[in-house]
Design a protein around this ligand. Structure first.
Ligand code: ADP
Ligand code: MG
Length: 240
């Protein structure tokens, strides 16, 4: 579903992605781990063209999104992204947050958008919060709304950049459970996370990035039992 070939990204003189090549299958759940500054966020952001790759190619579902002529807006519609900080529209109710993009971008009729939003709220366990404003929600609830909002565009791929890093510990579980449910439903996902247990239990593949390179790409069980590189061994010693 995703084919990345020799992807590089340079900011000024700083080459932060140094030639990443990989393939993600439909339904695969990739956990991206690695030290701070290793290029995890930049890699994710290149996949939906929030960053313009410096060189290399990215093919998503047959479309070469790194081609100059690619309709970025259209390409992005297939890819949802959830950030550490939820970025909800503060002046809109939960349900308006969720229906906004489908109505504006997909021209979905109000009734249809609202009924879909309600289904999604049900799915993330927030059916009773449709008419609340984000300021009235806990961090975990906000993040679940952000996930529902992303899903409202019916993406084929979901990208999560440290979705639980800004949450109080007791809220991490409820958000991971929602992401886990998505994984089990067959969604293709890439998740930058520091939750090693989640990576081990929910991911089909672990990517270990270091210094802008994809240093290891393995099944979680073998990665956590027997990392191959010195760097990964060190990293796991620090976080486990
Ligand atoms: P990670 O998510 O693994 O912590 P990032 O992808 O955020 O790493 O960052 C990788 C490197 O790229 C860092 O050195 C960071 O300072 C640099 N970087 C990221 N975004 C920008 C930007 N917009 N402009 C300049 N440098 C950036
Ligand atoms: Mg990051």
């Amino acid at each position: 579903m995703i084919n990345v070939t020799d992807l590089t990204k340079t900011f000024g003189k700083n080459q932060v992605l140094k030639g990443i090549t990989t393939t993600v299958e439909r339904g695969e759940v990739v956990a991206l781990i690695g030290p701070s500054g290793s290029g995890k966020s930049t890699f994710l952001r290149c996949l939906n063209l929030l960053e313009t790759p410096t060189s290399g190619s990215i093919v998503i579902d047959g479309t070469v999104i790194t081609d100059k002529g690619t309709d970025i807006t259209k390409a992005r519609q297939h890819i949802g992204m959830v950030f550490q900080h939820f970025h909800l529209f503060p002046h809109m109710t939960v349900i308006d947050n969720i229906t906004f993009a489908p109505r504006k971008v997909k021209r979905m009729p109000m009734e249809e958008a609202r009924s879909k939003a309600k289904e999604l709220l049900e799915r993330v366990g927030l059916a009773d919060k449709a008419d609340s404003y984000p300021s009235r929600l806990s961090g975990g609830q906000k993040q679940r709304v952000a996930i529902a909002r992303s899903l409202a565009m019916e993406p084929d791929i979901m990208l999560f950049d440290e979705p639980t890093s800004a949450l109080d510990p007791e809220m991490v579980k409820e958000v991971l459970a929602v992401i886990r449910g998505l994984a089990d439903s067959g969604m293709t996902m890439l998740i930058v996370t520091h939750e090693m247990r989640f990576a081990r239990d929910a991911a089909s593949t672990v990517y270990f990035l270091d210094g802008g390179r994809l240093v290891e790409r393995s099944e979680p069980a073998s990665f956590f039992a027997k990392p191959q590189s010195e760097r990964a061994i060190k990293f796991l010693e620090q976080v486990l």
